[in-house]
Design a protein around this ligand. Structure first.
Ligand SMILES: [Zn+2]
Length: 420
């Protein structure tokens, strides 16, 4: 896989370096069963029941029920609301600076591509299908165990090869600068086949990653960061690497913590205009790279571009569905439960199974509640691939290294980890 990837021709600066620097990792290619139970394009199939107002075509924030069946990410078990991680970056217009990925399949006609996929589906590598708020992951790669990080929920740490490589690159960058760094904690990336992953609204296509902040003392996953415990130097080194060394789409950080990081960046002599650009954006040009969303004082949410995996999906997904190599994506009907509804009755009504409804809603038992809205999976038609290749905006590179770093670094060594 890696050998294959490195042979690809890219015009995207830096991606090659990123890939070739990464140690070989074996993705598990199990194409035929890679389709998730619930890849979704919910908007197109919404219908309304009872007194639910229907806004046709508008993807709704899901009024998801509390999710007792969610993976055991300790501190979020109590979460009533889905995590607000669904922000979307406006579609990128191609500019003179934009870098279009030259995919290894660029020269293949559709017929050649189809033959190649049928001969050896695994040769396609990772595919990030659709949107991160309604998509799926094919041929995902699980984040490996590593000495520099801890996987909080390994079963939901699947991403594109590019996501895994980019994340590794940035953690390595922190250790290059601060060799005695503690482990970063890595939460959800995506489910093996992508699709809905409670309690998130995104994390569906192998490009979203939740990671811990770096702290000045040993803490548990999902500890709220603040001025007293945030390791500003290491967290900044990580964020800086995301922006300078990877194709990151956006970074969600609580605004209070943004202030601390911004102050730190200026203190160590980062270029002020560049700092403004990434924290505030440039009006009329592009939004801030680092954005606030509720719920992100306990972890950083990173969304990467995966230009190869997104382009692969754009060209290959419909062909794979056509030939039965992956299951067709599902769409959802939103059903507002009424008194007397049972899962069995809903399964009957919509031609699905109790288990499928449980899975789509993260239900551990068969209890449903009146006036609550449930997602009912429906077989949907395949969405035709969009015509244009993905455009990755140019990286916002800092014009120079921090000018005052050495004096800061000495004061930020973390306390030795406490025994748990
Ligand atoms: Zn997230």
């Amino acid at each position: 896989m890696l050998r294959f990837a490195c042979g690809w021709v890219l015009t995207l600066s830096g991606l090659m370096g990123c890939m070739s620097a990464a140690p070989p990792r074996q993705p598990q290619l199990r194409l035929a069963d890679a389709a998730p139970a619930q890849a979704s394009e919910p908007a197109s199939a919404r219908t309304c029941e009872g007194d639910t107002p229907c806004e046709d075509g508008t993807p709704s924030p899901l009024p998801a029920p509390p999710d007792p069946g969610a993976p055991t990410l300790e501190a979020i078990e109590d979460t009533e609301e889905p995590i607000e991680d669904e922000l979307e970056t406006p579609a990128q217009e191609e500019t003179a600076e934009s870098k279009t990925v030259v995919h290894p399949w660029a020269q293949l006609s559709d017929a050649e591509l189809e033959r190649k996929l049928l001969d050896d589906p695994s040769s396609a590598g990772s595919m990030s299908v659709g949107r991160t708020n309604g998509g799926m992951l094919i041929n995902g790669v699980r984040m490996p165990e590593g000495e520099r990080w801890t996987l909080i929920d390994p079963a939901h740490a699947w991403g594109t090869q590019e996501t895994i490589d980019a994340l590794t690159t940035c953690i390595d960058a922190v250790h290059r600068q601060y060799p005695d760094s503690p482990k970063m904690e890595i939460g959800h990336i995506s489910a093996r086949g992508g699709g809905h992953l409670s309690p998130h609204r995104s994390h569906q296509a192998g490009r979203d990653v939740d990671v811990s902040y770096y702290y000045t003392k040993s803490t548990r996953w999902f500890t709220r960061a603040n001025a007293g415990n945030l390791d500003r130097a290491r967290t900044w080194a990580f964020v800086r690497a995301l922006i300078a060394e990877t194709d990151v789409e956006m970074i969600l950080i609580d605004s209070g913590l943004q202030r601390l990081l911004r102050e730190y960046a200026l203190e160590i002599g980062e270029d002020a205009a560049w700092v403004d650009d990434i924290f505030r954006g440039v009006r009329g040009k592009h939004p801030a790279m680092i954005r606030h969303a509720r719920g992100h004082a306990t972890h950083i949410h990173v969304r990467f571009y995966s230009p190869i995996a997104q382009e692969t999906a754009r060209r290959a997904h419909a062909l794979l569905v056509k030939h039965g190599k992956v299951k067709p994506p599902l769409t959802y009907v939103m059903h507002r439960a009424r008194k007397g509804d049972t899962l069995g009755r809903l399964a009957n009504k919509y031609g699905t199974t109790v288990e499928a409804i449980q899975r789509a809603n993260g239900l551990r038992n068969t209890v449903i509640r009146a006036k609550r809205t449930y997602r009912i999976p429906q077989k949907g038609s395949v969405r035709p691939a969009s015509g244009r290749p993905i455009v990755v905006p140019p990286r916002r590179l800092p014009p120079h290294a921090p000018t005052n770093l050495s004096t800061q670094a000495a004061s930020t060594a973390p306390a030795p980890p406490e025994t748990k």
